[in-house]
Write a protein that binds this ligand. Sequence first.
Ligand SMILES: [Zn+2]
Length: 271
Amino acid sequence: MCNACLMESVRASVRAHPTAFERSAATAATAMAAGALTARENLARSSGRVVDLTHTYDSDFPTWDGKPGITMRQVKEFGRDMSNLFHLSIYEHTGTHVDAPLHFSADGPSLSELDPQKLLCPLCVIDISAKARDDANAMVTRDDVERWVSTHGEIPQGACFAMHSGWGAKAPHSTFRNTPDGKLAFPGFSRAATDLLAEMGVAGIGVDTLSLDPGNSSDFAVHYAWLGGGRFGIECVANLDQLPATGTTVFVGAPKHRGGTGGPARILAVA
Ligand SMILES: [Zn+2]
């Protein structure tokens, strides 16, 4: 698709969103309340085991555009200043991080406007690692979501639904991002799957890769539809292999800089 055609299709998709947003907003409050209740039930049954879903990152951690995501300059040093302090320069979308709706919409909620009710929620994990071994750009499809539901039961409203593709174990190696010839290659969600998750009242989606869309995506259909619908995403999630498919709770420690489109986050699950 030419750039002009792509931009027009993106604009058409963005123009279509207010309808979807209004439709989903009607059920949002109920969904979030239900999510908080399920999270409370999950917590009551949990063993209390905390799983850190956050990668440790530095300037070598792979990023979508290949630029270092963080640089750190030490401005105070204990031996000299009796304290340690770094000055950080970061791109918002680096390391394990949250995507706010504003990232792919004209005027969706920013990080600082995210409803905290949505950030503590039941977590569902879908394992697509078997097909991702054969196809680096494998997607969570609508069929995968329907199969997950028939095996594990309904996805609680207000949940976070996360893709485990096995990519988390590749970080921080370059194979987390690209093929040896430099082409972006990693699994993600399909638009049909996230449309279904939106209908189910899911609050957020997570991926153990660099992007909600697969690496070979050129239209970022999931970013525009999902974030444009007022929902959040989490990218570069770690350690999803340590969690069962259902029954756990996730705390999304999204940062809160005013007007932010996303940012490095501490993501914790209680199993
Ligand atoms: Zn992002």
